[in-house]
Design a protein around this ligand. Structure first.
Ligand code: V47
Length: 380
């Protein structure tokens, strides 16, 4: 172990909270093995040898977006080649396919569509929820929620919008759209998107209303180590607040997302390396001591690294996915990005952990083919 990590190791062994200076030291360190071992200590304390996965489908209702974020390879302008907005029949068909595949979750996000009315979003939720009430709908990033409050003709605020969406079947909020909580990076790479205070506000309100949510950090582009640290500290503070104020909702999972250059406007940048990926996941585990879970999203880290990351603090891999359009494969498969359950379970076992299927709220699932239910002992 390098000397600079000694006092951090002592704190971790003693179960003490790390401070910002420790975070800075970890981010500057090249001692990936010690960082990984420390994250593994915390992860095993919290989850033993269990590693979670879920059977889900990601679904994008539209890629038309009023914004043009430089890191984004997803957005199109209306009329562009490849621009789409799906109708309710398509939504119903996606929900049927999810049901037939035994998915427990639909993860639904899209661009900030300049023309779709608010009723499109509530209709979409109702179409799915009324037909398949058991499927959990995790939908709309904080950025979309603010957009919906802007376009809502009745002048509903974020709380009103969230309440309407919950009435229509919204189950929780995904962690997207957070990018990096720094104004300089914001203005350079995703100007026009809501700033960190608005992103936090939406999650705070959601937590108060009893919704669970997740949080991402998009790293490896133009941000500095200090920006990464600030982002993690802001998430930790917000989670402390949710816990101290006794809200029914809170953050469940942090999902560090490596920037994939693709054909984005930042594709002159190389993107992070595998070592950086492992380090961010491990540092996420070490700094966010009040987050129950750290998730690897294999679409971005690739399954090989996601597997290894289970020994570096990660306890959860998302998921079977099936279709993913935000970052695409370059080898001709495009948006079809699916991992079979047997492959997910094998990756977890090969890493030395016991695979446990979970639902969106991390309750264990009992399954017989496409038929599933939340395990009895988890329902108490
Ligand atoms: O918000 C966009 C990111 C996010 C790129 O909550 C990019 O369970 C890398 O939030 N390279 C969407 N990332 C994904 C997301 C997510 C994924 C899995 C699970 C959950 C969850 C949330 O993808 C966007 C943005 O931060 N993104 N472009 C890119 N070029």
């Amino acid at each position: 172990m390098t000397e600079d990590l000694t006092s951090i190791a002592e704190k971790v062994e003693a179960g003490e909270r790390l401070d910002a200076a420790d975070g800075r030291t970890l981010l500057a360190s090249r001692d990936i093995w010690t960082i990984g071992r420390l994250a593994d200590t915390v992860r095993r304390r919290m989850h033993g040898d269990v590693a979670y996965y879920n059977i889900n489908r990601h679904f994008n209702y539209s890629n038309v977006c009023a914004l043009s974020c430089k890191f984004c390879d997803f957005y199109r302008k209306r009329g562009d080649v490849g621009a789409y907005e799906h109708d309710q029949d398509y939504v119903a068909d996606q929900a049927l396919k999810a049901q037939e595949a035994g998915a427990t979750e639909l993860h639904i996000v899209g661009g900030l569509h300049p023309h779709l009315p608010f009723s499109y979003y509530t209709d979409m939720l109702r179409t799915i929820h009324q037909t398949y009430p058991a499927i959990h709908i995790k939908a709309f990033t904080a950025v979309e929620i603010v957009h919906l409050a802007r376009i809502d003709r009745r002048g509903r605020d974020v709380e009103g919008v969230l309440t309407d969406l919950m009435d229509a079947g919204l189950g929780s909020l995904p962690g997207g759209g957070a990018e990096v909580f720094d104004d300089r990076v914001h203005d350079e790479a995703f100007k026009g998107k809501i700033r960190s205070d608005r992103w936090m506000d939406v999650h705070r309100i959601a937590h108060r209303l009893g919704l669970m949510s997740n949080a991402t950090i998009l790293y490896g582009h133009i941000e500095s180590p200090e920006d990464r640290l600030q982002h993690l500290m802001m998430l930790r503070d917000a989670q402390d607040e949710a816990i101290n104020e006794g809200h029914a909702g809170r953050f469940q999972t942090v999902i560090p997302l490596p920037f994939i250059p693709g054909v984005s406007d930042l594709n002159h940048l190389p993107g992070p390396t595998g070592l950086d990926d492992l380090k961010m996941l491990a540092i996420g585990r070490l700094m966010l001591d009040n987050f129950a879970h750290v998730k690897a999203f294999w679409i971005m880290q690739k399954i090989e690294l996601a597997e290894l990351s289970l020994q570096f603090g990660v306890d959860d891999i998302d998921g079977t996915v099936v279709w993913y359009d935000i970052t695409k494969q370059r080898d001709g498969h495009g948006t079809h990005q699916e991992l079979a359950v047997t492959d997910l379970r094998k990756a977890i076992r090969d890493a030395g952990f016991a695979p446990l299927e979970r639902d969106t709220l991390y309750r264990p699932i009992e399954r017989d083919g496409a038929t599933w239910r939340v395990a009895e002992h988890a329902m108490a």
